[in-house]
Design a protein around this ligand. Structure first.
Ligand SMILES: NC(=O)c1ccc[n+]([C@@H]2O[C@H](COP(=O)([O-])OP(=O)(O)OC[C@H]3O[C@@H](n4cnc5c(N)ncnc54)[C@H](O)[C@@H]3O)[C@@H](O)[C@H]2O)c1
Ligand SMILES: [Zn+2]
Length: 369
């Protein structure tokens, strides 16, 4: 097990990374002295992994109940949160009780939101089971549900007491979800850690094969990078945390235009990385070779780097309306070099448009991958 600590003073917590670690959730909760009543929030496709967590909790003297929520992004709603609160009450959870989220980012965000708000906040343990959640969503304390008008609009910062990352759970993850998670891994390398990026380039076939030892190292590196950023900017106040959004400006726009159905988040981010890299080059920050390395790696990992639909003009329109936009300009995360990202608030819209035209695949028969 690779242990890691997210240092946030009294809100510090461990991130334990290792094959089989999910089964130790009970032991680790006991070590932290958490309350006996535990609600395990999960989704059907993750049932087997949740079962192992529940067994471990029982063996360690806890009394767990399982709350299964519907699958898919629509579970991140106030209606489902209400059902989860109802279940907490029904099962007698109190201020000393614990919520354990076993699943992808959807379960983590929803269960985390329910934990953050129930009785003004009860203990939360994250057991992420998608690659995306293991390298990104489970660390940092952002929890939320969606509002019909925008994703993640209703939420809170609620740091977990513990994060247990078990790469063995990825064995059952559908291919497309796995590759989507790899996009966030590439993002972490490109934006924060050039050594990680180079090791991804060297290990494409091992990544394809979900090599357990490699995955554990890669995940641990990503978690460490995210932890370092979160430690310095817990509530996204200094702007530092924004560098985690490399590839996300265009990515979010594409996701929204596709109604969150055309692309998985990581696929949209992959195209967004291709755009942000090109933008960085046009601004003279990186050379063409550095752009090419990113595009080549993403494509080698089976990720899209171009889009057919929508039209670039529609993407521009979404960017202009972005909440973070000033004078029609959205902040972009750009690269100064591989592994060194910075936020830039004054990218000329004409340049963004040129890059979108480049990344736009032209008259492709269908959108998406
Ligand atoms: N809080 C944050 O900081 C943060 C960061 C990034 C993303 N997010 C959120 O994360 C969500 C996306 O998360 P996601 O990509 O993990 O998707 P997801 O949670 O919807 O999981 C994808 C699918 O895989 C299934 N699944 C999960 N683990 C599995 C496993 N081991 N085996 C088989 N099936 C499994 C799920 O049931 C689901 O059907 C979005 O709502 C996004 O807003 C949050
Ligand atoms: Zn992301």
């Amino acid at each position: 097990v690779t242990p890691l600590t997210v240092r946030l003073g009294p809100r510090s917590y461990a991130v334990l990374i290792g094959a089989g670690a999910a089964g130790d959730t009970g032991l680790e909760c006991a070590r932290l002295g958490l309350g006996r009543r535990v609600a395990v929030v999960t989704q059907r496709p993750v049932g087997a992994h949740a079962g192992r967590v529940v067994d471990g909790l029982r063996a360690a003297g806890f009394s767990p109940v399982v709350i299964e929520v519907p699958d898919g992004e629509t579970a991140k709603s106030l209606d489902v949160a209400r059902a989860v609160w109802d279940a907490f009450l029904h099962h007698g959870l109190d201020r000393g009780s614990v919520v354990v989220a076993v699943g992808g980012g959807v379960v983590g965000d929803l269960a985390g939101f329910a934990a953050a708000t129930f009785m003004r906040g009860i203990a939360l343990v994250q057991v992420p089971t998608t690659l995306l959640a293991q390298v990104d969503a489970s660390i940092g304390g952002k929890v939320a549900v969606n509002h019909p008008s925008a994703k993640n609009l209703i939420g809170a910062f609620h740091q977990p007491r513990l994060v247990i990352v078990d790469p063995a759970t990825l064995g059952t993850l559908p291919e497309r979800e796995y590759r989507s998670g790899l996009a966030e891994v590439v993002k972490t390398g490109a934006a924060l850690n050039a050594d990680l990026f180079a090791s991804l380039e060297r290990n494409v076939s091992a990544l394809d094969g979900r090599d357990p030892a490699l995955l554990e190292r890669v995940i641990a590196t990503c978690c460490a990078e995210k932890a370092t950023i979160v430690e310095q900017d817990e509530r996204e106040e200094s702007g530092l945390r924004m560098v985690l959004n490399y590839g996300h400006t265009v990515g979010h726009a594409l996701e929204a235009l596709g109604g969150y159905e055309t692309w998985r988040h990581g696929e949209a981010v992959s195209i967004g990385i291709a755009a942000a890299a090109r933008l960085s080059a046009r601004l003279g920050l990186i050379d063409a070779r550095t752009v090419e390395r990113q595009v080549t790696l993403l494509e080698a990992l089976g990720l899209p780097t171009r889009f057919g639909k929508p039209e670039p003009a529609a993407v521009m329109e979404v960017l202009r309306r972005d909440k973070k936009a000033r004078d029609g300009r959205v902040p972009f995360v750009l690269l100064k070099a591989l592994g060194r990202a910075e936020v830039c608030f004054d990218v000329p819209p004409e340049l963004v448009r040129e890059v979108l035209d480049e990344v736009h695949a032209g008259p492709m028969p269908a959108a998406g991958p």
